[in-house]
Write a new protein. Structure first.
Length: 247
């Protein structure tokens, strides 16, 4: 989802309606892992993927229906289904995809989760009562941004998430929430390069491309320049022992 967020935010700011499709369960050699996502606008623009191209056409059609009705949908794709053959799921695996409208309130929760420097859980509510259905719940240290969840439920959700996710289980049942898909959000990985030498330039660029936040430390002003290291997180022109105190 991290790679979709910037584009989704642009769409929402431009007043477009956006649906988000999320892989919530997989079997066998599924094309994408649980948690993979694809965003679809009312005008048919897309970002991301749930299957690498196998079932995207059917997911887009369902997303348009979700945007028209406002009701979330859960779809199963498996190679034994006529629909699966029709849309081209030929990898031998199966997937469940949950599609719901993604709004500003969801965006703010995701932005908060992705800004954390520690791991947190996002729970997408698939079944339940009250205001939670289709909602994102942010759990951090047994705390939820939804204050009307009881403390007991918050504690149970966090305990269950820690236990079950460690075993590779993403679909979880808990009090008040009949079924939820849990996704562990890790902080952005960081790469610290000590020495702005020539081999550090392509390394910093490559690391940024694959999602790392890059810091370069070098007390030599000729080596630690913005021209040599554009668009990195932090460039420190000082000795490492002092620079590490600022990171």
């Amino acid at each position: 989802m991290r790679d979709l967020l910037d584009q989704v935010e642009i769409w929402l700011k431009n007043g477009q309606s956006v649906a988000l499709a999320t892989v919530i369960k997989t079997w066998g050699s599924s094309p994408r892992p649980a948690g993979a996502g694809m965003a679809i606008t009312e005008t048919g623009e897309i970002a991301g993927s749930v299957s690498g191209g196998c079932v995207e056409g059917a997911v887009i059609d369902s997303a348009m229906q979700v945007l028209r009705t406002g009701q979330p949908e859960r779809i199963h794709f498996g190679v034994g289904d006529d629909l699966a053959w029709e849309v081209g799921l030929s990898c031998g695996g199966e997937i469940d995809v949950y599609i719901r409208q993604f709004e500003h309130k969801n965006l703010e929760i995701w932005k908060r989760a992705l800004s954390k420097t520690n791991s947190v859980y996002l729970a997408l509510v698939l079944a339940g009562s009250g205001p939670y259905l289709g909602a994102d719940l942010l759990l951090e240290n047994s705390e939820s941004i939804f204050s009307d969840l009881s403390r007991k439920t918050r504690d149970q959700l966090t305990e269950i998430a820690n236990k079950e996710l460690a075993g590779g289980i993403h679909l979880i049942e808990a009090p008040e929430i009949q079924e939820a898909f849990f996704h562990k959000v890790q902080p952005v990985p960081e790469l610290i390069l000590v020495g702005g030498v020539h081999i550090a330039i392509p390394l910093a660029s490559l690391a940024k491309t694959v999602g790392f936040e890059v810091t370069v430390i070098d007390p030599r002003r000729l080596f630690s320049t913005v021209d040599r290291f554009p668009d990195i997180k932090l460039l420190l022109t000082e000795w490492p022992e002092g620079a590490f105190q600022k990171i």
